[in-house]
Write a protein that binds this ligand. Sequence first.
Ligand SMILES: CC(C)(COP(=O)(O)OP(=O)(O)OC[C@H]1O[C@@H](n2cnc3c(N)ncnc32)[C@H](O)[C@@H]1OP(=O)(O)O)[C@@H](O)C(=O)NCCC(=O)NCCS
Length: 217
Amino acid sequence: MSAADGGFVADTADVDPRARLGAGTKVWQLAQIREDARLGADCIVGRGAYVGTGVVLGDRVKLQNYALVYEPARLEDNVFVGPAAVLTNDRYPRSTDPDGALKGGGDWEAEGVTVREGAAIGARAVVVAGVEVGRWALVAAGAVVTKDVPEFALVAGCPARRINWVGRAGVPLEPLPEPGEGPARYHCPRTGDRFEEHPAPDGGVRLRPVPTPSRDR
Ligand SMILES: CC(C)(COP(=O)(O)OP(=O)(O)OC[C@H]1O[C@@H](n2cnc3c(N)ncnc32)[C@H](O)[C@@H]1OP(=O)(O)O)[C@@H](O)C(=O)NCCC(=O)NCCS
């Protein structure tokens, strides 16, 4: 292994010389990082994980063993991708064109997944091309995510649907008594952070943090 800035690249990892790794980033055995990928500081790329051409990872991103991140995915700071999860890039894949000729890299347009700050993707989940997973959302193990996931949503199943809300700590939120006609309110049992639901323009519902004197965010 080689070491720089506290990070390392295992001997059997395949990191293209055109990829850029931030300080402290660790790349474990048999991982592959393709050309022009940009990884931030203190990332962990687990054994056998794949980071596609030009993929961008923020700081402190964790890719667990055999996670596959296809280009042009964008993962913001503090994102977690569980073991064997797949971030896909082609909604209607074909090996060949209708005449049977093998398709090359330039014959189709890759559509990346975006994972916003702090979100986590559970083990063996699949995120379909073009989907955005919102800040601090949690995708359950084995889910198939076909639509955008709102921030703080916990989604599960195939197709993935929201089954709860989670806070920044990742644990499900607990409902607070509703004040009359007001919005549904929740708190995080781990941090004490408070949230309330509000209607979204698409007819769905979203969660908004409620500023508290001690944690104004
Ligand atoms: C989704 C998850 C967070 C739910 O945890 P929880 O809030 O403690 O929920 P519970 O175990 O009480 O289950 C609540 C319901 O969701 C269902 N459920 C739990 N996990 C599920 C999953 N992965 N997919 C589909 N349904 C799931 C349960 O069966 C239960 O359904 P029921 O109410 O009909 O009985 C958790 O099961 C999970 O998948 N975490 C991700 C783990 C992971 O991938 N880690 C990666 C690092 S190794």
